[in-house]
Write a new protein. Structure first.
Length: 504
């Protein structure tokens, strides 16, 4: 397929107004699925499970099986709706959304249509320069996830060119909340940044509520980005495209930018935009056509006859409202002030999805600066090398304990990095790794002086240079001592002793 022609982004914004909309799917971390008692385990267990083992008859659509709604999922959905500033419906109803796809055993999805659990809200998002943008929320409704197709025999792992596909129903029936925005106007040249900030805000909200792990790379949080353009001065909206299941905030930003540039060039050349879903390609930074986008009428929604309406008691709604955590924007600003971080320092933590673990590390006794250093530095580096999430490698408590050993002089930063690797390898707590590997700093001056004398004996001219005022010559001795002590010496203390020896 030939690469699409793209218009310069600034030129596109001169000619057209971008209009946005987002549909974000949040997987809930309930113990069981939305309408069955099949297990819904945490990420690691889910991804380790054999295909088609986390299933029940309802998930497969077997004849005679009947759905039963998950109460915890309803409570989580109400909490999320409240956190989004939505009204909670006194009565909401499930519906059947009919369409054929191999990973839906029933040939329909149980969702909500005209009677969602939550409606008419808004969420405040913060851009990188501190600008606040209010995103209007149309609805948040409950539904079940579909299964997963694995396309076999092709070169890319995609359906194009595949010889056959395998179906895994483990994900079928996992509880979802779909958050649908109203049409978003006025984003202008910051449209890609608004898209990224909105998804980040949803992630922060659901993590704060504790209802989802909200990891885009694992599919706990999935964003469909709708983009259309209309010529400047024209009231009628343009035709939209829906880029599906973009799996990182950076990719959401890039996908929106790409679609603006692609659509602008097509329109400027006199072409028309096809209303369709599109697939995002991370490797090339492009989108490609999916399928023509269906309208609601095409799904032939009708009320789910096997489930009663959901009618939460007002007392329950108020109980959940009272339990809502601090809003993400207010929380970030409070933490940034308490920690004394600059905007850029805090942005590093936030972009890495590390606010919660840094906060927990500080609570465990580390300073904010040291917690940030470890999580955004060495731990993230090791996580990237292992293609894992940083928060999966080590606990906040162990990071704080590691820093305490550095602060006490038991470890240098270099030794601490070795200890960290031991902790990640499962060798125990930082102290246990220090004891087992014998990594503590040598604090015995006698041993250090012996190593210094040996180094000076091997380099007899160095001492004379230091005595003549060439203090930088001490570096050669310090390096030799550190090598002899296998890095387990405090370089600053070695320097002090070398200079004392030269002064004698």
């Amino acid at each position: 397929m030939a690469a699409a022609k793209l218009m310069d982004f600034d030129k596109a914004l001169e000619l057209f107004e971008p209009v946005l909309g987002f549909e974000v799917h949040v997987e809930l971390n309930t113990n069981t699925k939305m309408f069955s008692d099949a297990p819904n385990p945490a990420n690691e267990l889910y991804h380790a499970a054999e295909p088609n083992t986390l299933i029940a008859p309802v998930d497969l659509g077997l004849p005679g099986s009947l759905p039963v709604v998950n109460e915890t999922a309803i409570r989580s959905s109400i909490s999320l709706g409240l956190a989004l500033g939505c009204s909670i419906a006194e009565s909401s109803r499930f519906a059947r959304k009919n369409y054929f796809y191999p990973d839906l055993g029933k040939n329909y999805q149980i969702s909500q249509y005209d009677e969602p659990i939550a409606f008419e809200g808004s969420v405040e998002v913060e851009l990188e320069d501190g600008t606040l943008v209010t995103i209007p929320i149309e609805r948040a409704h409950m539904e079940e996830d579909a299964g997963k197709l694995t396309h076999m025999g092709g070169a890319t792992g995609r359906i194009q060119g595949a010889e056959y596909s395998l179906v895994d129903y483990n994900r079928a029936g996992v509880p979802l909340v779909e958050i649908v925005t109203k049409t978003i106007f006025g984003a202008e040249h910051r449209a890609p940044e608004v898209a990224k900030a909105y998804v980040a805000a949803i992630r922060d909200i659901v993590r704060g509520l504790g209802i989802s792990e909200a990891r885009l790379e694992r599919g706990n949080l999935r964003c469909d980005a709708n983009v259309s353009l209309r010529p400047r001065g024209v009231e009628k909206l343009g035709t939209r495209t829906e880029t599906k299941n973009v799996n990182s905030m950076r990719s959401v930003e890039r996908a929106v930018r790409y679609e603006i540039q692609r659509q602008a060039q097509i329109l400027a050349d006199g072409g028309t935009i096809t209303q369709e879903t599109r697939h995002w390609h991370e490797d090339t930074g492009t989108t490609s056509p999916g399928r023509p986008k269906s309208d609601a009428d095409d799904y032939r929604y009708f009320p789910e006859p096997d489930l009663l309406p959901v009618q939460p008691a007002r007392e329950l709604v108020e109980e959940l409202r009272a339990a809502l955590p601090e809003q993400p924007v207010a929380r970030r600003r409070r933490l940034m002030g308490e920690w004394g971080f600059t905007d850029l320092e805090f942005q590093d933590v936030r972009n890495g999805g590390l606010v919660e673990v840094v906060e927990a590390t500080v609570a465990a006794g580390a300073t904010p600066a040291s917690a940030r250093k470890w999580w955004t530095g060495e731990i993230t580096r090791l996580a990237n090398a292992r293609e894992k999430d940083a928060t999966d490698l080590v606990s906040p408590e162990n990071v704080a304990a590691l820093q305490k050993l550095v602060d006490a002089g038991t470890l240098t930063d270099k030794l601490a990095r070795q200890v960290l690797e031991g902790v990640i390898a499962g060798e125990g707590t930082p102290q246990q790794v220090v004891d087992a590997r014998g990594l503590a700093v040598v604090s015995d001056d006698g041993a250090l002086i012996a190593a210094i004398d040996e180094a000076l004996a091997a380099q007899p001219d160095i001492l004379a240079k230091i005595k003549d005022g060439k203090v930088q010559a001490a570096g050669a001795v310090i390096g030799a001592v550190m090598k002899a002590m296998k890095g387990q010496a405090d370089a600053a203390r070695v320097r002090e002793l070398v200079l004392e020896r030269a002064a004698q």
